[in-house]
Design a protein around this ligand. Structure first.
Ligand code: SF4
Length: 358
């Protein structure tokens, strides 16, 4: 089996860590570019959401590099994500990519048996390694979150922002060549030490902006045009509301111990949206309220064009904006999104938030 998986931020690092530990060969898709998106869009329905198109482009690139099996998570929630796996499988077949197996890992809340069944199919005779390699992959996710937090703090304060850019570029290059969770953890910790050594202006008090919205779009830098880096370079301290580790914790670990995930988000979003309507709408609203209460100066909601759950969040957020007197920028992305317009909107928003917080 030569396994591949779509890009979504650092997901490829966590999954590679787990697959290396289990002993399954991974084909990491080439990092997403405009040509990946064009490739995926060429066999996608025009109105479907951006993550679907990018993921298809990732699969085709991996298949061309030798992958024969795709692993993705599934969902039964009331949004398109639940249909991604079956639809993408059909699209690949129609495009002539036959004999590709897609393993869909349904979330454990649908039953741990089905979740483990998918993993056992991947692990084969090494199934006993699933749990320890999962625990180690979770540690990798935690270290990545901590490295990102450090980056969010350092980037706006760094005297030489190019130094950080080079450091992260080297990290991305090296993380694909190391093997297994132990080597990955070592590299992440070493990168953290190097970030800590970057010269920063400790006296700077940057504006703080929280990123909320659709999970894929806020985690995958290609789909949000590297918003975190752009804001950091403008001198903003970024806080991202969702991470891969959070997803695993709330969707896999807590349900395994009989607890419900996203407790804070559900509590804070209740006055605005008391029921689950699919996607991460309650998380988006809950994080907006949390950031407003904990000192963020502004919020940016990012979501793909036609994203059903986030359109609902978009209609609720103005009320949060009013109740907490916090400015919110709404950014919708699709394959037509232009870089210049995006940058201008970010700059104008940062200017506005900076002057409002004086
Ligand atoms: S949350 Fe939005 S973008 Fe993501 S799959 Fe559902 S409809 Fe598409």
């Amino acid at each position: 089996m030569r396994l591949t998986y779509p890009h979504m931020g650092e997901v490829y690092i966590a999954v590679k860590s787990m697959m290396d530990d289990i002993g399954v060969e991974s084909i990491i898709p080439a990092f997403t570019t405009n040509s990946t998106l064009r490739l995926g869009s060429s066999i996608s329905p025009e109105a479907i959401c951006l993550p679907y198109k990018i993921m298809l482009g990732n699969y085709i690139n991996s298949i061309k590099a030798g992958a024969d099996t795709i692993i993705i998570t599934g969902s039964c929630g009331p949004c398109r994500f639940g249909y991604y796996g079956p639809l993408q499988m059909q699209a690949l077949e129609d495009a002539g990519y036959n004999d590709i197996d897609i393993i869909i890992l349904d979330p454990p809340r649908e039953g741990y048996g089905k979740f483990l069944e998918g993993l056992k199919k991947v692990a084969g005779k090494n199934s006993r390694r699933i749990i320890p390699s999962f625990i180690n992959a979770y540690k990798v996710c935690s270290e990545l979150d901590s490295m990102n937090e450090l980056l969010y703090y350092t980037r706006p304060r760094a005297f030489n922002k190019a130094e950080l850019r080079i450091l992260i570029h080297e990290f991305k290059k090296n993380i694909t060549s190391v093997k297994g969770s132990a080597q990955m953890l070592e590299l992440i910790r070493d990168t953290k030490r190097r970030i800590n050594a970057v010269d920063i202006d400790e006296s700077l008090k940057p504006v703080k902006i929280g990123i909320i919205g659709e999970i894929y779009t806020i985690i995958e830098p290609f789909s949000n045009l590297n918003t975190e880096e752009r804001l950091g370079d403008m001198g903003v301290e970024v806080h991202r509301s969702m991470t891969v580790k959070d997803w695993v914790q709330n969707n896999v670990i807590l349900p395994a111990t009989g607890r419900k995930g996203y407790k804070l988000e559900r509590k804070l979003s209740k006055p605005y949206l008391p029921v689950l309507i699919g996607g991460h709408t309650q998380q988006c609203i809950g994080h907006a309220v949390h950031y407003a209460k904990t000192g963020c100066d502004g919020l940016i909601q990012i979501y793909p064009m036609t994203c059903m759950p986030e359109i609902v969040s978009r209609s609720i957020l103005p009320q949060v904006e009013k109740n907490y007197n916090i400015p919110i920028l709404y950014l919708i992305v699709d394959e037509q999104t232009g870089e210049a317009g995006f940058q201008t909107r970010l700059e104008a928003f940062v200017d506005y938030v900076s002057s409002s917080s004086l």
